[in-house]
Design a protein around this ligand. Structure first.
Ligand code: NAD
Ligand code: APR
Length: 245
């Protein structure tokens, strides 16, 4: 493991543009359950059709809002972990860093990362069903939040199964993937498209690619580096080795 970390850190030190894709795994050590982790995964308790889909919301908006309100409370109570802070620190040491996240918990921003690309939206925003306007505060009337401007129903500003991702976010993520010389995939199972294709696209362009999660075998097959480990432990080691200051 140490040799793989050292070899990757040596390349990170010379990077011009680092693109980072994060998934639920980077927030696991902040106490936020991942989606597909059998024991604690959110989906194991709920049917995603029921909750994270337009049909689910149309069928039972109160249930869906209760689920997202609960997740928002948990996300606000959670603290960024050393992995989030390591990426915020890396942002200060490399010429350019593009952070792309599938997470909706807002922990990257709270750890100090700037211009975070939120591919799947955010728990901390709601969208007006009438005009699409975004709101960060809302009040509940008979269990459901309504738009403070027009009174229409609000929905979570989160991308649901079956929905398209926000176009600008996706375009920025693709552009960074095509331009970067180092791509780091952290804490994502890589089963959900289109995010899952980004590391493959980077590798096809011969960028140096790191995949860090709990399924990989730890190995260095440049330009591909895979590490089986916890982001909260491994990322700070990589950043410290690359930038000891
Ligand atoms: P998609 O078909 O690529 O995503 C569906 C994926 O969701 C599948 O690949 C599977 O990995 C996963 N999935 C579906 N049913 C599941 C289940 N029962 N248990 C566990 N995982 C399950 O794309 P899509 O369905 O069109 O979704 C569009 C986008 O919405 C995707 O990018 C997805 O990541 C996103 N999304 C976001 C949230 C969220 O809460 N942030 C929830 C669901 C989906
Ligand atoms: N450190 C590093 N990786 C971890 C850790 C950890 N402490 N804990 C879990 N992981 C890894 C798991 O090995 C797994 O590969 O994080 C990944 C979690 O995968 P998922 O639960 O599938 O979460 P994610 O990949 O973010 O799901 C993608 O699917 O449901 C949709 O939109 C939703 O954004 C979500 C998307």
């Amino acid at each position: 493991l140490d040799t793989v970390i050292a070899a990757f850190a040596n390349r990170l030190r010379l990077a011009h543009h680092v693109a980072v894709l994060t998934g639920a795994g980077i927030s696991a050590e902040s106490g936020i359950p991942t989606f597909r982790d059998a024991q604690t995964g959110l989906w194991s308790h709920f049917d995603p059709e029921e909750l994270a889909s337009p049909a689910g919301f149309a069928r039972n908006p109160t249930l869906v809002w209760r689920w997202y309100a609960e997740r928002r409370v948990k996300a606000c109570a959670a603290q960024p972990n050393p992995a989030h802070y390591a990426l915020a620190k890396l942002d200060k040491h490399v010429p350019r860093l593009t952070l792309i996240t599938q997470n909706i918990d807002g922990l990257h921003q709270r750890a100090g990362s700037r211009n975070v690309i939120e591919l799947h939206g955010s728990l901390h925003r709601a969208r007006c069903m009438a005009d699409g306007s975004l709101h960060t505060t809302w009040d509940y009337a008979e269990e459901l939040p309504h738009c403070p401007d027009c009174g229409a129903l609000l929905r979570p500003d989160v991308v649901w199964f079956g929905e398209m991702l926000p176009q600008t976010a996706l375009e920025k993520a693709w552009a960074a993937t095509l331009d970067c010389d180092i791509f780091m995939s952290i804490g994502t199972s890589g089963v959900v498209e289109p995010a899952a294709s980004l590391p493959r696209i980077a590798l096809s362009r011969n960028a140096t690619v790191l995949i860090l999660n709990l399924e990989q075998q730890t190995a260095a097959r440049p330009p591909l580096f895979t590490i089986n480990g916890k982001a909260g432990e491994i990322l700070p080691r990589i950043v410290k080795m690359a930038f000891p200051v």
